[in-house]
Ligand binder design. Structure first.
Ligand SMILES: [Zn+2]
Length: 263
């Protein structure tokens, strides 16, 4: 086969409009072509299903695309397997980063260009910016056969989940676990064990998942972030987050262990 006939790895394109993804008329996300105009920027994302995937950020909705074709990331993740979750999560985070950092954050220059390693490099002051990742802890606290689930102020009615919060500057992840639990529900915990992590694209978190056990104190929701909290038995759980979220996976793991299905 002559060199010119060698098969190129094909490209596919995710179209973002603001914080939404564009689907085609069949509901598919991967376009064979980039948008013909109104493209603000394009970034490489990952290899996926044998394609080079790029994200394209649109300044306006292209002709022929209506608002019904715009889909929130969260609803796309509900049905996604782990490979698709990773692709969409990475694409969304890179898109958010680039959208929110179009100028150098040190000197305000608009001469921000991208290097080979997905950093933005300011040629005016030599400052280099990387995609923002915000580490968070998320913890399922247990007390005997029950687990602590809380209703946060931004949750849908009736929804309960694990406790979570951002790690502060200068703080270890374990210190953040202790502090967040104390701040949000007023109890002390012990036996903090790291479990696993998850990249979480709302908007750019890295969730570090922990289990911990109740030590002392009485549950007292802070009334701001947490409106209600209680101890729940595995066989009588409230409305929970979707299964793609590590919060749900922590709960499912605990329930599985309680019922003798895991470990
Ligand atoms: Zn600069």
């Amino acid at each position: 086969m002559p060199l010119t006939m060698e098969r190129q790895v094909e490209q596919r394109f995710l179209w973002f409009f603001e914080d939404l993804l564009v689907c085609d008329q069949k509901g598919a996300l991967l376009f064979e072509e980039p948008p013909s105009k109104d493209e603000m920027f394009r970034l490489p994302v990952a290899e996926y299903l044998g394609f080079h995937i790029y994200l394209c950020s649109l300044a306006h909705l292209p002709e022929g695309v209506d608002e019904q074709s715009l889909t929130p990331l969260r609803s796309l993740l509900v049905e996604a397997d782990s490979e698709r979750f990773n692709l969409l999560s990475r694409a969304a985070q890179l898109h958010t980063w680039h959208r929110n950092h179009q100028y150098c954050s040190r000197c305000g220059s608009d001469r921000v260009e991208h290097g080979y390693d997905l950093a933005a490099h300011c040629q005016a002051c030599d400052y280099r910016q990387y995609p923002r990742i915000s580490p968070c802890i998320i913890v399922l606290v247990t007390k005997g056969e029950r687990c602590l689930l809380a209703h946060a102020s931004h949750f849908p009615e009736g929804r309960y989940s694990t406790l979570a919060g951002f790690i502060e500057a200068g703080e270890s992840a374990e210190e953040a676990v202790r502090r967040e639990v104390m701040e949000e529900v007023g109890i002390e915990i012990k036996n903090i064990r790291y479990w696993r992590s998850q990249s979480w694209p709302f908007p750019h978190s890295l969730m570090l998942g922990y289990f911990a056990e109740y030590k002392s104190g009485v549950l007292k929701p802070d009334g701001k972030e947490i409106l209600a909290a209680d101890w729940w038995s595995p066989d009588q759980l409230p409305d929970l987050p979707p299964s793609f979220a590590i919060s749900r996976q922590l709960i499912d793991h605990f329930v599985g262990q309680s019922l003798g299905q895991v470990g």
